[in-house]
Design a protein. Structure first.
Length: 136
């Protein structure tokens, strides 16, 4: 199960991320990741109103299928990355399934933190639905 979670996430199968990446009403438009340390990643998603949002970063650490660490920054209107944060995701086998732990820091404000938490939680709900749909 952990291997499938890794592949459905930001692991081997980056195109699978388009099935679930983004908040509930958002659509993932593309996702690319060079999974090697130092490799770049980039994603774009569309809001229900038709606005595109893009973000990017650099992979810092990969321990397949257990741990992925990468930077995260929203792109500004000119396509340049903004303030960088660090994301760490771990996958552990637990009671016949997979426990994913997600950490993102450092935020500029509690409002920024809460917005990211809501968006990621909705993304992870979509990930759970996606993993269930591929009959693991």
């Amino acid at each position: 199960m952990r291997d499938a979670s890794w592949c459905g996430g930001r692991g081997r199968n980056a195109s699978a991320s388009c099935e679930w990446l983004g908040p509930k009403e958002f659509t993932a438009l593309d996702f690319e990741m060079d999974r090697r340390p130092g490799g770049a990643w980039h994603s774009r998603m569309g809001s229900p109103e038709g606005t595109e949002h893009s973000n990017r970063g650099v992979v810092r650490e990969v321990v397949e299928p257990e741990r992925l660490v990468f930077t995260f920054a929203w792109d500004d209107e000119d396509g340049k990355p903004g303030r960088e944060m660090l994301i760490t995701i771990t996958f552990a086998e637990h009671d016949g399934g997979t426990e994913m732990t997600f950490a993102q820091a450092v935020f500029e404000s509690a409002e920024d933190r809460d917005g990211h938490q809501e968006g990621w939680n909705e993304s992870f709900d979509k990930l759970a639905e996606y993993l269930a749909s591929i009959n693991l």
